[in-house]
Design a protein around this ligand. Structure first.
Ligand code: GLN
Length: 331
C-alpha cells in the first residue's frame, strides 16, 4: 500500500499517482486475453478486446486518467442504476420498493430462475434484467422517447453534455435479444409490467445503448459518492436517500453473481455492464494516514474483454489493485 503523505492534491503528487496508474494499466492490459468480448449482442463483438482505460475523479477535482479514456462505449447494465434512480425520483422510493426487491440473486443477470422457482412476489433487485425491465416499465411517459428523456436529462446534468445513442448497438440488441423478450413476456404474464411490453423493451434497449466514456462514468460515480450532490455547485442532483439506496444496491448486486467477491476483495459500490464498463463510487473514508482520494472519488473503467460472470476481466483486476494500493475499501 502507498505510504500516507501530508497532501495528495499537489501537482507533484498527482503526477506520482498518474505514473502509478499508467504502470498498472500497462500491466493489467496484458490480462485482457483471459476474457472475451460479449457477442450475444452482435454489435458488441466489434469492440477492441485489448482496450483498457480508467478515470478517477476526486472530490477536490484531482483527476487521474490512463489508457483508452476517449473510446466511447455503450453503458449497458450501468444504465440500470440511472433508470432506478429516475424511477425513484418520479414515483417515490416506497412505490419502487413495492415493485422490486433489494436482494442479491447469486444468479446471472438475465436469469428469471428465482421468479419462477421461488414464486417471489417481485423481481429480486433492479439490477438483474427482470428487475431492470420492471423498473423501466414504471417510468413516466407513453413512448420510449418520453420514458428515456429524464435519464438523458439527469445524465446531462451530471456529465455536462447530452450523450447520444449508439443506434447500431440499439438495433443489434433489439433484433437479437430473445432472452430479454422472453423476460418481457414472463413479466407481462405475471403482472409486473406497468407499461406496454414493447415500449418497455424499446426503452430498456435504448437506455443500454447510451454512449459514454470512462470520464462520464467517473463523474456519475463521484456524484453518487457525494450522496447525490454536485461537488462544485452543491446542487442536489439526486436526492440523498435515493443515492444511498443506489450505492447499497451497487455494493450488494452491482457485479452480477460476483458481487460478494467484489465487495470482499475490492469493497466499493460498483456496477458493471457487458460492454466492459464499470462505475465505482468511493465515499469519503476515515483513516489515520492521509491517503489518495480520501474525501471520496468516482471511478470509470472500460475493458471489453469479460470474465465468466460478464464483468471486465482486466477492469476488475485493475480496480482491485487500485483499491488495495490506495485503501479505497469502504470497510
Ligand atoms: N443490454 C444488456 C442486456 O440486457 C445489458 C446486460 C448487461 O450489461 N449485463 O442483456
Amino acid at each position: 500500500m502507498v505510504q500516507g503523505i501530508a497532501n495528495w492534491s499537489t501537482e507533484q503528487s498527482r503526477e506520482w499517482l498518474q505514473s502509478y496508474v499508467d504502470d498498472w494499466v500497462a500491466f493489467y492490459r496484458k490480462h485482457t486475453g483471459d476474457g472475451k468480448v460479449a457477442t450475444y449482442i452482435p454489435e458488441l463483438a466489434k469492440a477492441n478486446p485489448d482496450a483498457l482505460g480508467i478515470t478517477i475523479i476526486g472530490k477536490n477535482g484531482l483527476t487521474v486518467r490512463s489508457g483508452e479514456v476517449d473510446e466511447p462505449f455503450t453503458i449497458q447494465s450501468i444504465s440500470k442504476v440511472l433508470s432506478f434512480i429516475v424511477a425513484c425520483m418520479e414515483r417515490g422510493v416506497a412505490y419502487m420498493l413495492d415493485r422490486v426487491d433489494v436482494e442479491p440473486t447469486g444468479e446471472a443477470f438475465n436469469s428469471i430462475m428465482h421468479l419462477e422457482m421461488k414464486q417471489v412476489k417481485k423481481p429480486l433487485n433492479p439490477f438483474v434484467n427482470a428487475g431492470a425491465i420492471t423498473v423501466t416499465s414504471t417510468l413516466n411517459g407513453r413512448t420510449s422517447d418520453e420514458k428515456i428523456e429524464p435519464i438523458f436529462a439527469l445524465l446531462e446534468k451530471i456529465i455536462g453534455y447530452r450523450p447520444s445513442l449508439d443506434i447500431d448497438v440499439y438495433e443489434s440488441e433489439r433484433d437479437s435479444s430473445m432472452r430479454n423478450r422472453a423476460i418481457g413476456y414472463y413479466l407481462l404474464e405475471t403482472g409486473y409490467l406497468e407499461s406496454d411490453m414493447n415500449t418497455t423493451l424499446e426503452t430498456y434497449f435504448k437506455q443500454c445503448s447510451i454512449k459514454v466514456t470512462v470520464d462520464d462514468l467517473a463523474r456519475i460515480g463521484l456524484i453518487l459518492a457525494n450522496d447525490g450532490e454536485d461537488i462544485d455547485t452543491f446542487e442536489e442532483i439526486i436526492p440523498r436517500p435515493i443515492a444511498r439506496i443506489a450505492k447499497a444496491l451497487m455494493l450488494t448486486c452491482g457485479m452480477y453473481d460476483a458481487s460478494g467477491k467484489f465487495a470482499t476483495y475490492v469493497g466499493i459500490p460498483a456496477k458493471s455492464g457487458v460492454s466492459g464498463g464499470i462505475i465505482g463510487a468511493v465515499p469519503p473514508r476515515v483513516r489515520e494516514e492521509v491517503l489518495p482520494f480520501m474525501e471520496g472519488c468516482g471511478i470509470g473503467v472500460y475493458g471489453p474483454a469479460l470474465d465468466d460472470n460478464g464483468n471486465s476481466v482486466s477492469g476488475i483486476r485493475l480496480l482491485r489493485h487500485v483499491a488495495s494500493q490506495w485503501d479505497l475499501s469502504i470497510f
